[in-house]
Write a protein that binds this ligand. Sequence first.
Ligand SMILES: Nc1ncnc2c1ncn2[C@@H]1O[C@H](COP(=O)(O)OP(=O)(O)OP(=O)(O)O)[C@@H](O)[C@H]1O
Length: 359
Amino acid sequence: MASNDLENEVVLEVEDLRTYFSTRWGTVKAVDGVSFDLRRGETLGIVGESGCGKSVTMLSLMRLVPTPPGEIVSGKIVLQGQDILQLTEHEMSRVRGSQIALIIQDPMTSLNPVFSIGNQVNIPAAESRVKDYPHQLSGGMRQRVVGAIGISCEPAVLIADEPTTSLDVTIQAQYLKLLKDLQQQQNLALIFITHDFGVVAKMCDKVAVMYAGKIVEMGDVREIFNTPSHPYTEALLASVPKLEEDVDRLYAIEGQPPALHDLPPGCSFADRCPYVMDRCRDEYPPAFQTTGYLKAVDGISFQIQRGETLGIVGESGCGKSTTAKLLLMLEEPTEGRILFEGEDIHHTDSSHRPAYRSS
Ligand SMILES: Nc1ncnc2c1ncn2[C@@H]1O[C@H](COP(=O)(O)OP(=O)(O)OP(=O)(O)O)[C@@H](O)[C@H]1O
């Protein structure tokens, strides 16, 4: 593979992942048909209300779902070309940390209190504190130690579960910068699980919005923030306080997410949706009927000659950027061909790609 292809290669593909819990109330469909992919150097934010399945998605990716009562009932998690759901526990223990790693929310509980920092992190940056124990460090320092452990084996994918929740804003900003720098140095693919839209805006390229175990909308952060398609995304964004607006009451989405062991037929957001129609209670709206994929570019055809200039115009969110990414080979098409001088660029011998890109 040419170096450009390696830099942009897909490192993680999640396909129709389903993780259920068996409880005395019934089967809790915590993750119910989640699909996404992630390239080297890319950052995906996963957002959604409490209980929508973010943490169970993360545990599934690490294969750390408590079994029983939990079980990954179907799907694929292809990490660097290998479906980790097919690995034995022993094989998986070698993958954890070295290919996919996790930074969790509470650094105090993720560090072992009886080992000094030096025993937990073998990095020179900790030199002056190597003999300290976790309780001797500030919250920000502990979080940085946990981050350092996360990346110490240079994984391809790093998952950060609410990594900044317990930090004050200054330390938060420093910590995010540190993660960003490390990401650039190691070309890490990052997954941020967060409630904080500020973190998503600052750190992420893509965002996946989860509701009741499903990704209801996913795409480019700016496009989704500017023109959300799903009513839940719209409501979630409306509930973020805005500095420039002087309001007496903050907007909150009315009602509660449905119980995941007793999901209604149709759209699980129907009871809370301001645009609900009768048919939404029977069937999921066709526009969102995907397993996480939106049809960002849906059957376009055009030709361009040498020397010609083509303008592509349209409102935000209509698919212009995705078209450009497809042409630049930063995204793979689901179907269709892009012919450059008669050769399909996405299926050509990879040694020709740099020549295509430079022309
Ligand atoms: N061990 C378990 N047994 C039964 N149900 C579980 C278990 N762990 C998680 N669940 C259920 O799975 C669903 C998804 O939970 P999850 O923790 O993934 O939500 P979340 O989006 O991460 O929420 P939060 O933002 O509060 O962390 C919830 O309904 C939760 O009750």
